[in-house]
Design a protein around this ligand. Sequence first.
Ligand code: 5AD
Ligand code: SF4
Length: 486
Amino acid sequence: MENRGYPAGDAGAAAQERAVQEFYMDQVRGCLTEEIGAPSFFVTTIGCQMNARDSEKLEGMLEHMGFVKAAQEGQADLVLYNTCTVRENANLKVYGRLGVLKKQKERNPRMVIGLCGCMMQEAEEVETLSRKYPFIDLIFGTHNIYKFPQLLFSVLERRRQGGKHRTYIDVWEKPQLIVEDLPVDRKYSFKSGVNIMFGCNNFCSYCIVPYVRGRERSRRPQEILEEIRGLVADGVKEVMLLGQNVNSYGKNLDTPVTFAQLLNQVAQIPGLERIRFMTSHPKDLSDELIAVMGSCPKVCNHLHLPLQSGSSRILKEMNRRYTKEQYLALVEKIRRAVPDISLTTDIIVGFPGETEEDFQETLDVVRRVRYDSAFTFIYSKRTGTPAAAMENQVPEAVVKDRFDRLLEEIQEIARQEAGRLTGTVQQVLVEEENDHEAGLVTGRMTNNMLVHFPGGRELIGQLVSVSLDTCRGFYYMGTIERQEEN
Ligand code: 5AD
Ligand code: SF4
């Protein structure tokens, strides 16, 4: 059933799988309390929002199994790295940590070390890891996260029976089920990510994600809505709908639903105040979605719209399936519908064959769109992707020089744009006490910018109206006007 979403019959199999994992959670809890008492864990997340959400699930399962969160990695009995592989430096980060972990395990031999996530979907990496770092206890991938309790049980059970140490490896090439309703430990009480789909079908020529996250699978709307209703009942005011390409949501469900329709349904949930989503592919961003963004007050005033390159020639080589002109026309259409929207983007510098003229096209788009902020990346060669086999890789010094020039341009524009709301009153969701200055709290506006203002921790999780007094670079200082009904 390639490319078809998950068939209806799988709902039964998924429920059964959940029951199996609940069984193993009980087993682990039993064997732990018998042997160790209350063990502690530390999960490190590398990478994107999808990984952050996966880590919340892993942490939720660990807590359900009787583990408690350690304050520091060095004190933990179980250490888990949820890895990323989108660029090479994400992989290097993991290798950099393994030496430290080895020493920690020498001090505490009962420590369990696990690696999971995107990097584990690459066979050569797993081979290197298990050969050079034999002290790792468990390796699993992106498709079987829900099986973590069972995998952990296998590791602990082998130890208990005095079996010789070996790295337990379970990585699946393809996804099988979407298992709902496993425990989750949310990082924030008032906002939450919600997966709406997994995987990606786009195969941008530089990107490894489709190979490690598999083909697109959408969750059913009823399940998404039910999860969000549960979150709202639990105090959540803001959700971030997550997918590699949310604009193609629902295409492969048994009963197709568009992303715009899903957004409309989510917006009707009483008590939910704000909706964000990530990530949008420009080629799939529909007029229907623009209309919903313009008309639905709960949809936040922010759109992350990855450009990747401003050169139509490079975009074609990247297999992005839009041109510079189409991208600019789309931005114009969005700005007409939502005039004060905040736009952010991702840009890659140094894609194979990129010339100075191509780079100038990127700068031209940056100057025309005037992004509120942008993530800029140096092209990283990922083995197995079409771009890795392209011959005309750009010399490092040239890439570095372009990267610096791009960053300077982006920062200058962002600085100029940042102050445009000075003097206005904006709705703010208070996120935390300010770490730098006592007596201040920090909140996020609907356009995703931060504002610091005098207030106490009782405001955390509340929506308040804040007057933006001054802009300091990329954030504001403000004064609270009043608390909203919530
Ligand atoms: N090299 C550099 N940046 C990349 N991205 C994805 N793959 C690569 C790569 N091989 C960037 C893209 C994407 C973001 C999440 O990471 O800009 O939007
Ligand atoms: Fe990678 Fe392109 Fe899919 Fe984004 S849309 S995850 S860049 S292949």
